[in-house]
Structure formats: C-alpha cells, structure tokens
Design a protein around this ligand. Sequence first.
Ligand code: FAD
Length: 461
Amino acid sequence: MAEKFDITVIGAGPGGFRAAVRCAQRAASVAIIEKDFIGGTCLNWGCIPSKALLASAHTLLAAKNAAAMGVDIASATPNWPKIQARKDSIVAGFRKAMTDSIQTSGAKLIQGRAIVISPNQIKIETDNGTVEILTDKIILATGSEPIQIPTIPFDGQTVISSKEALSLQQIPKSMVIVGGGAIGCELACVYAAVGTKITIVEALSRLIPMEDQWVGQLIERELKKLGINVLTSQKVISTDKTTGLAKIVLENGQTIEAEKLLISVGRKAACDKQTIEALNLETSGSAIKVNERLQTSAKNVYAIGDVAGTTYLAHGAAAEAEVAAVNATGGSDKMTDYSLVPRVVYTFPEVASVGKSEKTCNAEGIKFSVGKAFFRADGQSVAHGQTIGEIRATRDNSTNKIIGITIVGEMATELIAAARIFIGSDEKISKITFAHPTVSETLHDAVENAFGPSLHNMPKA
Ligand code: FAD
C-alpha cells in the first residue's frame, strides 16, 4: 500500500529543505523528494560554490596586493585543481550536513523525480522503479533554471551557463559574459582574478541594473581595475563556433573571440508541466502564482522559492519556507514586505541593499533624504586597506524612519545584517531575513535558537 504523509515537499534546495525540517519540527509527517543533489541550486551550482571560488580569488588578490600592507610574498599563483577540489569538498560537507538535518528532524528523504498526479497522489521515479505516495498537502520547491538566448543555445562546452562555469577543468584564457547582473559580475571577478581575459556584455546601460545607478557605475569602475572589459548598452546577436572558439557578434557589428561564452541573463522558475496540469495551477510566465501565504490556486498546495518567481534568492526561498511551513501545519503566517529580503552581490567590492532603493522611493512618490558615508573616512577600513565604496541610507521624511540602505564595499554582504536591524520592524527577531551566504547568519541562528529549535546540524569544526 502507498505510504501516506501529511505534507510532501518537492525539491530539497534551501526552500524545500527548510520547509521540510520546519514542518517535521511542527509534528507533521513529512516526505521530501529530490531528483538530484540535496541542497538544490544554492548548494550545488549557486551560492556556495560561487562563494568558495570567490574566496579563493579574493585570497589570491590579497596575496598579490600584500606588498601594499608591508608583506612581501614572492609569488602568488592560482592552483586551479586545488581551488576546484576545495569548492567540491565544501559542497560535499554541506550535502552531508543537510541530509543529517533532515534525518534528525524525522522527515523522510526520497531520492527521485516527483510528478504530481492529483492533489493527494504523487508518483516518484527512482533508480529502482516508480513508487507512489499519498499526501494531504504539497509544498512545491522545484527551483529555477538558467534562461537561454534562443539564437545562442547552451552546448555545455563553449556556450555555457553558470553551472558549467563553476566547474571548468582549466582556467580559460578568455571569456565573454553576457549579462552584467549578480551572477555574471561575480563570475567575472573569479575568472579575472585568476587571469582570464573577461568581457562583460550588458544590454542595459549599467552593471547590476537592479540597484540604484551609482552602484552600477561604481562597480563598473572597480571591475575595470581588475582588467575586465565592460560593454554596456550592447547585445550579443550571434556566435560562430566553427574555429573552436566562440566568435561573438555584437549588435553594433563588433566581434570578439573567446574560449568560453557564459550566458548569464537571468533564471526562470521551473516546474514539471505534468505537475502544473494535474494541479491546474495558475502561473505567471514560468512562475507558479502564490498569495502572501504562499498558497497556490490549488487547495492545500503551496509554492516557495524560485519556482514562485518572487526573489530568486536563497534566503528569500528560506523566508517563504518558514511561512509555508506554518500555514501547512495549521498555523497562520504571511510574507509581508519583500523589500526587506536583503539583496547581495559578492563582487570585488561587494554590493548589498535592503529596504527601498532611491529608485523605488522615486517611483512610489516617497519624499526622502539620503545620508552618505565613505569607507575612506573610516579608521578600520583604512587600517585594512579597504577604502573603496560607500553607504547610502534613505530616510522617509514623513515618518523620519530609515527605509532603505545600500552598501558598496568590502564586507557589504555582512554589514547588510546590521542595516536590516536599523530599518527595524515589529516582527519577531527570528523572522528577520538575513542574507545567504553570510557569516551574520550564525548570529541569526543563535538568536533563533534562543526561541526554539535551530535548523542546522552544522559540520564539525
Ligand atoms: P533550488 O535551490 O533550485 O532547488 C530546487 C530543487 O528541486 C533542486 O534540487 C531540483 O533538483 C529539485 N527538483 C526540481 N524538480 C523536481 C522534481 N520534479 N522532483 C524532485 N526534485 C525536483 N542566492 C542567494 O541568496 N545568494 C547567493 O549568493 C546566490 N548565488 C547564486 C549563484 C549562482 C551561480 C546561482 C545560479 C544562483 C545563486 N543564488 C544565490 C540563487 C539561489 O541559488 C536560488 O535562489 C535558490 O537556490 C532557490 O532555492 P529553491 O529552494 O527555490 O530552489
């Protein structure tokens, strides 16, 4: 007879993992189904491997610049196989830790591809054949996939997505990156640091276009210092791979040859068509439509994270998981203000923002004042030789409250946790979303643990 669960979570990325553990902690019987690796995009092909590579690149640049700090290092060169092995071992460690956490929570992890047949019936294709389970409720956490440019499809070798870019066997001599958003700019920093000749082609007028204009301008200036060629307001229209290299043609007729062409123009929500049809789900583009309680158009079916098309951030998925878990287990919770989910980019220097940007304030007709401070005037920043960047804080003139903070500079992605607290809220502190991956999450976990069970069984130090 088919096994029966109160709640079935499909997908074990940061959204699904957290939802499953939280539901189990709230005494539900839970199945979590994963067709690939536990940890999803975030752990295997996203946040964690990219930050591991960025950390190695950062160390290399620090070693090369050590003379300025009075430290002589004879030579500093990247050992790419070791950099890759270090990244892989970090990922493997967290896969194990997450598997342990699921087991400890009492949720059942099932390896296989889940296809929903009806709101209460799920078919799972496993290595050992097809099994069926019954469920009262479903949480869809199936994530997203990279967007392709139809005229330049991925081939996994020359035309690649971020997934392949994180695991290249060798350092390429040259790479064109199409898309100057977070992922494109982060990978540009990694490869520029290890010696690849990088060109970023961005269709819009600036890099990091989701942030205020000054951010993109500052980042462009700093990336150019790393030797990165930045072409804004430009589009790639075609590529010719007959010579083994990618010969890239831009809209203005310019051509660039590169060993790798990384397409990084965004991600789109991904969920099996059969599942969407079986549940008769309302969609918006590829995303599954949800309300503030993360309920889909189907009764007892929730969707969280990238598949809901809301933040496309791991900690956004985790925040939604908390809400969906409460609702699926009989409580009542909702997502309130998505602008309070911090936005982070791990470039050199980093970018982080939370709350309303100046652009949003203008669009919403909010009368505001902007406070600025510069790292070059800060003693600790000067002592560390990290003087690039600034912080801008936005005050709502009518309420006198800080409503947004944007930071560009060393450790911006950590400082944003403090910025979030400045904006304040009447939520429980454990519900305040901290950016992922950051050291500050450890602070959040400790505070959360003071109120109830924590989520992680972290790998032993
Ligand atoms: P995912 O992590 O995509 O997980 C979905 C899971 O569902 C996958 O494991 C998939 O195999 C599984 N699945 C799908 N369909 C089925 C099925 N039918 N049956 C069983 N399993 C299924 N975000 C940040 O916040 N910070 C960062 O620094 C950051 N860096 C990034 C860097 C890169 C290069 C990339 C690509 C992304 C980055 N992101 C970052 C985004 C982040 O990875 C995603 O927002 C996050 O992983 C979304 O989590 P999720 O749980 O919604 O989905």
